[in-house]
Ligand binder design. Structure first.
Ligand code: NAI
Length: 777
């Protein structure tokens, strides 16, 4: 035998991690768990078994939460919240530090318990899950410390309901609990039914850290318990899990005023260009799709390889797959562990078996006889339309296709309803940085994959959900502006009869795609002022919404313009409005019957100038993440925003929504104030003379109730805002669930338009994309 042969046949010996400590901890707890409510474990009740997916053995018995348990947990959290918030950021920081330290001190116990409960290799739980969980608490201890000085206008939301999945049990818990607590909220968290054990160990840590009672509450159970939390008296729901359940939660919370963040599924593209370092790209792919058995929401599950290297790449990939070691998760030499549960294993098998396209290669490894194991699998030669190129498998199954040009790579990568993450491999920095902004995803990794850090926000676009976890941007999900909102007051149109004030017919048209457009309905309504009939406006309908959205979607070029250019256009609008200020003031007063039109016009001009000022200053950040690189947090426009504008401030309401949105590169479809629409229809004359490209701003008139639904259901609308005095929050949010649109609705509360809320608007008008690039030594 040659040395080479010996080297090649040398296999790893087993290196098992002991389960003794974790088993002893379970025995100490009596192998049975109740919920953790108000600082103590409740008596275990009726429930279900938690099993080790690698062996099938029962690890513990868990209690299924009933309504009374959820109520008790929410009650405890509610009671504890004011005191916890009043403790101040520095006070809370100490507890978060203490928790981080305790997690560190017990890190091996957590890692072993996690691997036993979930089936993930100990290498991963030990080196990734648990250290990242600790880091999240350290990082957010810092955020608590800085809250008062850096976020002076922010306050806690109150009680947060948090529902997490089974793929990163402790890590997802940390992502949810650390920022919530840092910002002064208390929580009720439900771990996934397959993997509750590290959450219960975490409860123990909270007690050890001396965390005040009721600040963290943990209830166990299945989806029914999750539903109870969603419907309970909480101020926010933070959910990570499947898109199907996320959609259901969106519908259930619609119009309730509960804040919502959804971190859902993905089918993330892994793009390899022909100049890539192929061996590194293949190692990256191992981490992209076989990390955690592929049960990762941002798994690089869709490989796109440039045609010229495709054969060689696939050949090398298959050879690498055959080297993967699959087996006992507690063995330190294992690459791929067990799938979380027989149900999930069956789902994966079913999906792969249903596929008839392409070529299937499964790793030449021996699967353990018992336990939930599935071999690493590659299905190559698929077309974009093949179901497995579109559906999330959530298992160790990679699908692949090829592309010819960078343009085609982008097109294929974006050909998905999801938008969570993407990976780009190329040795050409110009190409990487050209492609990254074009990928529709919340996270992009360049020459690396599946990197996470508390400092870099994580979250998706499209049907991958909304909201970010981590970083400064993640804090927005756990805070609200200081102050108490006033209730919404319905603004009724002035009624009247008789002849027009001015005998010339004044029927204002709508403004679509840079042109004045008659309403499709062929109907219009009179607009009365105290002095008589002021004119008519068209009654917009579904078809007008469609036309306006089409125009906005077509004005994509606006999103690519520079902030400098957008600022110039906004200044120009401001100047032109200023030149006609008196005329607008008279118009507003005539409609509202008040005398503050001049003030409203002046405030509108200020809003335009403020948005212009921000257009080239509302920058992203560069996060110093602990890898040899940085994460560039880019603020990107949301896309097409539909807004029902304030009724009570006919010009200022419209301008306050429009200006920051277009400053950030969005295109808008605005429904004018319903009772006082004429300021908006006059305003398009200003737009026409201010170099606003066609389609960037579209203005409709008519009934908000009529326009809300088609706006919220339109697939090309990315976000819907409602400041209408008709509370349409519920209708909008229910319908928005269709493609998981972002919503910002007033939930029957009034906005004070005399105050400049530009920052809130800028935030709502942008999505943060974190692009991880290698940098430095
Ligand atoms: P799931 O979305 O059903 O479960 C996630 C969490 O939500 C669990 O804690 C569950 O108990 C809870 N839940 C379930 N139904 C609920 C409801 N109606 N209201 C409130 N909470 C509810 O995910 P599941 O069934 O465990 O996995 C199914 C598929 O979901 C996977 O095959 C995968 O495709 C996807 N998934 C995606 C994850 C991600 O991180 N994006 C994580 C887990 C699953």
């Amino acid at each position: 035998m040659t040395v080479k042969e010996i080297f090649e046949t040398m296999d790893y010996g087993p290196a098992p991690e002991s389960a003794a400590e974790a088993l002893a901890w379970l025995v100490d707890q009596g192998d049975k768990f109740g919920h953790y409510i108000d600082g103590a474990f409740t008596k275990p009740g009726k429930g279900f078994d938690s099993r080790n997916p690698a062996t099938g053995e029962v690890l513990a018995k868990l209690t299924q939460a009933k309504q009374a348990d959820v109520d008790a947990a929410v009650g405890a959290a509610r009671k504890a919240q004011p005191k916890w918030e009043k403790l101040g950021g520095a006070g809370r920081a100490r507890y978060l530090y203490a928790i981080a330290r305790l997690l560190q001190k017990h890190s091996r116990l957590f890692a072993v318990l996690e691997s036993m409960d979930n089936g993930k290799p100990i290498r991963e739980s030990r080196d990734i899950d648990i250290p990242l969980a600790q880091r999240h608490f350290y990082y957010h201890a810092g955020m608590a410390q800085l809250m008062e000085s850096e976020l002076p206008d922010a306050q806690a939301l109150g009680v947060c309901g948090q529902i997490i999945p089974w793929n990163f049990p402790l890590l997802m818990l940390s992502w949810k609990i650390a920022p919530a607590l840092a910002m002064g909220n208390t929580v009720v968290l439900k771990p996934a039914e397959y993997t509750s054990l590290t959450a219960l160990l975490f409860a123990d840590i909270c007690t050890q850290a001396g965390l005040p009672k009721g600040v963290v509450n943990i209830v166990t159970g299945d989806g029914a318990a999750g539903e109870m939390i969603v419907n309970s008296d909480v101020d926010k729901i933070a959910f990570t899990g499947s898109t199907v359940v996320g959609r259901r939660i969106r519908e259930a919370t619609a119009g309730s005023g509960k804040e919502l963040t959804l971190e859902l599924g993905g089918k993330s593209a892994y793009v390899v260009f022909d100049d890539a370092d192929i061996d590194s790209a293949i190692e990256g792919l191992v981490d992209a799709i076989w990390f955690n058995q592929g049960q990762v929401c941002c798994a690089g599950s869709r490989l796109l390889v440039q045609e010229g290297i495709a054969d060689r790449f696939h050949e090398k990939l298959r050879a690498r797959m055959d080297m993967l070691r699959i087996g006992d998760p507690l063995d330190k030499c294992i690459d791929v562990g067990a799938v979380v549960d027989p149900v999930q294993l069956q789902t994966i098998k079913g999906m792969v078996e249903s596929n008839t396209a392409g070529h299937v290669h499964q790793a030449a490894c021996e699967l353990p006889e018992n336990g939930c194991y599935y071999p690493p699998t590659l299905i190559s030669g698929l077309e974009t339309s093949d179901p497995l190129m579109q559906e999330e498998i959530f298992g160790p199954v990679l699908v692949s296709s090829t592309f010819r040009t960078p343009e085609e790579a982008v097109e294929l990568a974006n050909n998905t309803r999801y938008g969570l993450a993407a990976t780009v491999w190329t040795e050409n920095v110009n190409l990487a940085l050209d492609i990254a902004p074009k990928l529709v995803a919340g996270v992009v990794w360049v020459n690396a994959t599946n990197l996470f850090d508390a400092a870099a926000g994580f979250g998706g676009v499209r049907e991958s959900g909304f909201g970010r976890e981590g970083g400064w941007e993640g804090l927005a999900a756990y805070t609200k502006p200081k102050g108490k909102a006033k209730p919404l007051a319905k603004v009724e149109a002035t009624t009247g009869e008789g002849a027009p004030v001015d005998p010339i017919d004044r029927t204002a048209k709508m403004y679509i795609g840079g042109k004045q457009a008659r309403p499709d309905s062929g109907y219009s309504k009179p607009v009365w002022g105290k002095s008589g009939l002021l004119g008519h406006v068209g009654l917009g309908n579904r078809k007008d919404v469609r036309n306006a959205v089409e125009a906005a979607a077509g004005a994509k070029g606006w999103s690519k313009t520079t902030g400098h250019l957008r600022a110039q256009v906004l200044y120009y609008i401001g100047e032109n409005l200023s030149a006609r200020a008196d005329e607008f003031a008279v118009r507003i007063d005539a409609m509202t019957g008040k005398k503050d039109g001049a003030k409203e016009v002046e405030a509108s001009i200020q809003r335009l100038f403020t948005a212009a000022a921000w257009a080239d200053k509302y920058d992203g950040q560069v996060h110093g993440v602990p890898i040899r690189g940085v994460a560039i947090a880019m603020k990107e426009p949301v896309g097409v925003i539909g807004a029902l504008c304030a009724d009570e401030a006919p010009l200022l309401g419209l301008v306050s929504a429009m200006a920051p949105a277009i400053a950030m590169g969005n295109r808008v479809v605005l429904a004018a104030s319903e009772p006082y629409p004429l300021a908006a229809t006059d305003f398009y004359q200003i737009l026409e003379t201010s170099d606003v490209p066609a389609g960037v701003v579209n203005i409709l008139t008519g009934s908000h109730a009529e326009l809300a639904k088609p706006l919220a259901s339109h697939l090309n609308v990315d976000a819907v805002w409602s400041f209408s005095s008709t509370d349409l929050s519920k209708e909008i949010e229910v319908v928005s669930a269709g493609n998981i649109k972002r919503t910002w609705v007033n939930n029957a509360t009034a906005f004070d338009w005399s105050v400049d809320h530009s920052r809130r608007f800028l935030q709502a008008a942008t999505e943060v994309k974190n692009i991880w690039v290698p940098y430095g030594e």
